[in-house]
Structures are given as C-alpha cells and as structure tokens.
Design a protein around this ligand. Structure first.
Ligand code: ZN
Length: 157
C-alpha cells in the first residue's frame, strides 16, 4: 500500500538523472517548486567531461565529436585528416520564425551575421567531404537565447 505511493513519487518526469534526495521516503512530500527549475532546462546541468576539447586536436585521438555551431575538432573518416571542420550555414525554420516574431523585433536571423539559428554543415577542410550536419529543426530554439550558439566539441580517448 505504502509501496504504491513511493512508486508514484518516483514516476514524476525528472530529467536531472538523480533521484530526488529524501523525498521517496515521505508518504506526503511537501510541494517542491524546485522541480520546475530542474525540468526546465536539462542542457544547463550538462557538465562537459574533462577530456572534452574545442580546438584543433593536434594529433590527439578523437573518441567522439559533437558537431554544433562552431568548427568542431574531428578526425575525417574519408581522408583520416584531423583538425577542425569548416562550417557552412543555411537558414533554418527557426531563423524565419525568429524574424517574424513580434517579440524579436530588432533581430533578424536571416542575415549571415546572425546565423546562430541556421543549420550548420561541417566539412573536412582537406578533402572537402561533408562529415556532419547540425540542423536546428526546433523552431522553439528562438525562445532559448543561451543556446543560440552551442560550441562544438570532441572527446579524446
Ligand atoms: Zn577529409
């Protein structure tokens, strides 16, 4: 009987990855407004591992690359060259919506100097092959200024 209640508490959608401390054992937990802050932005709690690099790997073996808005350290699968990608961008739906939203008057995301909401395509500077793309497919990105520009990074092994 009491067990059922515990399960209900655990079933609250929670993106932080840690179980709420102490709360599981209280049959009637007090209202916890902090929940909303935690669930609001899972990215902000994301802490990069110590082996993440943002620049030229300088020969270090790359374990995995996360391609975002900035040139990413990578190891080319086509010519096995390692350096940083060259990025080309293309306007995304989010950029169009950002331009049309009354709240965003004064910003126009459609000029190349405001390409933070554009799709990014990563190319190998040596062989010219496309190695990855980072598409801003979520129009809601407009409402999230801290994440307009996300840095690319790679994990070294
Ligand atoms: Zn290449």
């Amino acid at each position: 009987m009491g067990k059922k209640e515990e399960e209900t508490v655990l079933g609250i959608p929670y993106t932080g990855g840690h179980p709420p401390p102490g709360m599981v054992y209280q049959p009637q937990p007090p209202p916890q407004p902090q929940y909303y802050y935690v669930a609001k932005n899972p990215y902000q709690s994301g802490i990069l591992p110590p082996n993440a690099i943002f620049d030229d790997p300088k020969g270090a073996p790359i374990h995995q690359t996360f391609y975002r808005d900035t040139p990413a350290p990578f190891s080319c699968v086509f010519c096995s060259h390692s350096s940083v990608t060259s990025v080309r961008s293309k306007p995304s739906l989010a950029a169009f919506i950002g331009c049309m939203m009354p709240a965003m008057l004064g910003f126009c995301f459609l000029c190349p100097s405001m390409d933070c909401l554009w799709h990014k395509y990563h190319y190998c500077p040596r062989c010219g092959e496309k190695v990855a793309d980072f598409e801003k497919s979520d129009p809601c990105a407009v409402m999230d200024p801290p994440h307009w520009v996300e840095r690319s990074f790679a994990l070294t092994s």
